[in-house]
Design a protein around this ligand. Structure first.
Ligand code: HSE
Length: 309
């Protein structure tokens, strides 16, 4: 059995407009790389971090905390070194902490001969995710580990449903270079919502799930609406309304905040439309003076990928 594995741990989009804390999907061409190595000394050791300044102490690092949760349960007769090559900026809203948290447990599980399934790995990874966002949620972790679209039906007990991905669906992302902390973006949300809004929101979640199952793009379009969270959080993102208007005007099926922001995502039918949406987003932001980057991605139906082992 191999002693070292190199993986690609992808960025993800949580919430998907109407599904706050339950829906997510996996991106394909943006993510972190990690090397996980089995060693004889017991414990978790983060030996290298490139890209961003993050803690090396395992109990303070999301990849370390999830790995510690796994080995506490598995009690293996060895330890693990973790190298993190971070490409997803922390606080960008595309699942930076989840990529680290999911990557470490995925890699260790492979090196141990896969004792755990993806739901169990999500459970361990939630322990790491919780130190980044001050709350346990799995809507970025589940798509990173399972791939495609996922619905977190419940977190206690943890139950994750895999939702099919329509073939022609592409994501466009714009990432304004400002940081929004997930904990702060959660703190501004109301504790209660009017019943009328709840009805609209759960109707949208239900119809989006049906639309994804049936590749009904026009129903996807009518379902990608967030009545509850977006009105509060969009105020934290400069020019959000202009970007959304431009994206929809250029053919996007829907456009909303990616996770807790500041990234904004759009979903489109076909690569060409997704690229037009990217150009439209760029045009809005290039006039703002705020640095940003954009990309277009297919939906990654595989999740974390093994690069070599
Ligand atoms: N569902 C979470 C939120 C995702 O929107 O706060 C962010 O990690």
């Amino acid at each position: 059995m191999t002693n070292e594995i190199k993986i690609f741990s992808p960025a993800t989009v949580a919430n998907v407009a109407c599904g706050f804390d339950v829906l997510g999907f996996c991106l394909d061409n943006v993510g972190d790389e990690m090397v996980i190595r089995k060693i004889s000394k017991k414990g978790i050791y983060i030996t290298k971090i490139e890209g961003y300044n993050l803690p090396y102490e395992a109990h303070l690092n999301v990849a370390g905390v999830s790995a510690l949760a796994l080995i506490e349960d598995a009690n293996p007769d060895c330890g693990f070194e973790i190298e993190i090559y971070k490409h997803i900026k922390p606080g960008s809203g595309i699942g930076s902490s989840s990529a680290s948290a999911a990557g470490s447990v995925f890699g260790i599980n492979e090196l141990l001969g896969r004792p755990y399934n993806n739901t169990q790995l999500t459970y361990f990874a939630m322990k790491g995710e919780a130190i980044a966002s001050m709350s346990e949620h799995a809507d970025n972790l589940a798509p990173a580990l399972f791939g495609g679209f996922t619905l977190v039906k419940s977190i206690a007990p943890l139950e994750i449903l895999q939702i099919p991905t329509p073939k022609e669906l592409y994501a466009t992302i714009i990432h304004p270079q400002i940081e929004i902390k997930t904990s702060e973006a959660r703190a501004i949300l109301p504790k209660n919502v009017p019943l009328k809004d709840a009805i609209g929101q759960w109707a949208n979640v239900g119809s989006l799930i049906h639309a994804l199952h049936t590749s009904n793009y026009s129903l996807i379009q009518r379902s990608l609406q967030d009545i509850i969270v977006e009105p509060y959080r969009s105020k934290l993102i400069p020019h959000f309304d202009d970007v959304k208007f431009a994206a929809l005007n250029h053919g996007a099926l829907g456009c909303s905040i990616s996770g807790s922001g500041p990234s904004i995502f759009a979903l489109s039918e076909g690569l060409e439309v997704a690229k037009n949406v990217e150009d439209a987003m760029k045009t809005i932001y290039s006039e703002t003076g705020i640095e940003f980057d954009t990309f277009v991605s297919p939906i990654n139906t595989k999740g974390i990928k093994i690069l070599n082992s």
